[in-house]
Each structure stands twice: as structure tokens, then as C-alpha cells.
Design a protein around this ligand. Structure first.
Ligand SMILES: CC(C)(COP(=O)(O)OP(=O)(O)OC[C@H]1O[C@@H](n2cnc3c(N)ncnc32)[C@H](O)[C@@H]1OP(=O)(O)O)[C@@H](O)C(=O)NCCC(=O)NCCS
Length: 201
């Protein structure tokens, strides 16, 4: 579903897709390519289990955040809805790039050993802003939208994970916004750190 907007235009989806690819170079969606990313956000905007938040300047999307109430089933739910798009992109990457082949198999093989304290919590799956607008509170505004939506649904805590690397600037962004570290794990070969945040009334 889409937070406080009636519908998502093709232009919005194209801007979100471009921003995702520019901002999250290493994500599995980016590896699978533009059409998968485009259909992913279309799917999220139509799903009852996930919610998409946007910040716009005029008519242009400059920030996007996605949260899920059922994070563990997103891949399966999307693959059921768009089997051809997903399968053809996965097959293409497996054939043309040995590096991406390895990443895809690691992704499929991931053991979902998230810390117990995050199980069942709504999770921020993606958050990113246009690189020309960083450090202008767009990310903070996205989290404010998320929190107001969650409070209306009587949620008390939400969670997210991010790469556990010293050069990950998002670590600073979260720790300054009252997120508390609750555990770590490795997904594929990537180290992740998990955070939760308790919502104040
Ligand atoms: C993380 C991100 C969404 C923050 O959005 P933003 O609009 O720049 O955030 P704000 O202006 O509200 O806050 C900026 C703070 O985040 C930090 N920050 C995080 N990532 C940053 C980046 N790539 N560039 C600049 N600052 C960044 C800054 O140090 C700043 O700290 P401050 O509060 O002490 O000033 C945005 O930087 C981004 O899209 N990064 C690339 C994608 C990404 O890493 N997503 C998170 C993956 S888990």
C-alpha cells in the first residue's frame, strides 16, 4: 500500500527505480535489474502487508522507504505475482555473470537467523534518498512518516538491519535516531547488524 497518496504513477515508479539502483548498488534487486526493481515497487504499492513511503519535491520523488509487516515472505510473494519477470532476470544473471551467480545462490541459501527480538516486528526493508538531496532531512522525514503510520496501527516497536561495516554511513543515521542494536548475523557473506526502535506515545 501507499502511505497518504492515492496512486503511484509510472513516472513515480521510474524515479524510485532509478534512485534504488543508484543508492543500493549491492542489493539483490539492483543485481536483477531495472524491470525487477520497477515491478517490486509496483508490487509493494499494491500489497496489504507492506507499505511504501515517499517524499516528493514538486512532482519528483526524492526519497523512498518501504516497510513490511511480513518481511520473511516478500521474495516468495513477489515471485508468485511476477514469476516470468523474476525467473527471466535470475536466469539471465546466472548465465552472464559468475559473480552475480554466486550472489544469487548465496541470497537463496540464506539462513534467516535474525535475532529473536526482531521476529514478528514490522521491518524497514529499504530506505534511500536522491543523492543530490542527502543530509537534508529527507531520510528523517521518511522515518517520521513510518513512525506516525505505525503508531496509528498501535505498533510499539519496529526494526531494521543494515550492513555492519565502518564505512556504512547509515549506521550513524540510525544510532542518532534512537535505534538500539539488538544483534548481528551474516547473510550470504555480508555482515548485518539489527536495530529496533521503541515508539513513544
Ligand atoms: C541513509 C539515508 C536514507 C539518510 O537520508 P538523508 O536524507 O541523507 O538523512 P538526513 O538528512 O535525515 O540525516 C543525515 C544523517 O545521516 C548520515 N548519513 C547517512 N548516510 C549518508 C550518506 N550517504 N550521505 C550523507 N550523510 C549520510 C549523516 O551523517 C547525517 O548525520 P547527522 O544527523 O549527524 O547530520 C541516505 O543517506 C541514503 O539514501 N543513503 C544511501 C542508501 C542507504 O545507505 N540506505 C540505508 C541502507 S540500510
Amino acid at each position: 500500500m501507499l502511505f497518504e497518496e492515492n496512486s503511484l504513477s509510472k513516472k513515480d515508479l521510474t524515479e524510485i527505480t532509478k534512485m534504488h539502483i543508484d543508492s543500493l548498488e549491492d542489493s539483490m534487486l539492483t543485481i536483477l535489474g531495472e524491470s525487477v526493481v520497477f515491478n517490486y515497487y509496483k508490487f509493494i504499492s499494491e500489497s496489504n502487508l507492506d507499505c511504501l513511503f515517499l517524499v516528493k519535491e514538486g512532482d519528483t520523488v526524492i526519497g523512498t522507504c518501504m516497510i513490511s509487516h511480513e518481511p520473511n515472505s516478500i521474495t516468495k510473494r513477489m515471485a508468485l505475482k511476477y514469476p516470468i519477470v523474476i525467473l527471466s532476470s535470475v536466469l539471465k544473471q546466472i548465465i552472464i555473470s559468475s559473480d552475480n551467480r554466486k550472489k544469487i545462490f548465496q541470497f537463496l541459501d540464506k539462513d534467516n537467523e535474525a535475532p529473536k527480538s526482531v521476529l514478528g516486528l514490522p521491518e524497514v526493508i529499504q530506505i534511500f534518498t536522491n543523492s543530490n538531496y542527502r543530509n537534508r532531512r529527507i531520510g528523517s522525514r521518511l522515518l517520521e512518516q513510518v513512525e506516525s503510520y505505525l503508531k496509528k496501527r498501535n505498533e510499539k516497536v519496529y526494526c531494521l538491519k543494515t550492513l555492519d561495516k565502518v564505512d556504512n554511513l547509515a549506521l550513524h543515521f540510525y544510532s542518532k535516531r534512537n535505534f538500539v542494536e539488538v544483534g548481528k548475523n551474516v547473510v550470504g557473506e555480508k555482515p548485518y547488524v539489527y536495530f529496533t526502535k521503541t515508539l513513544q506515545n
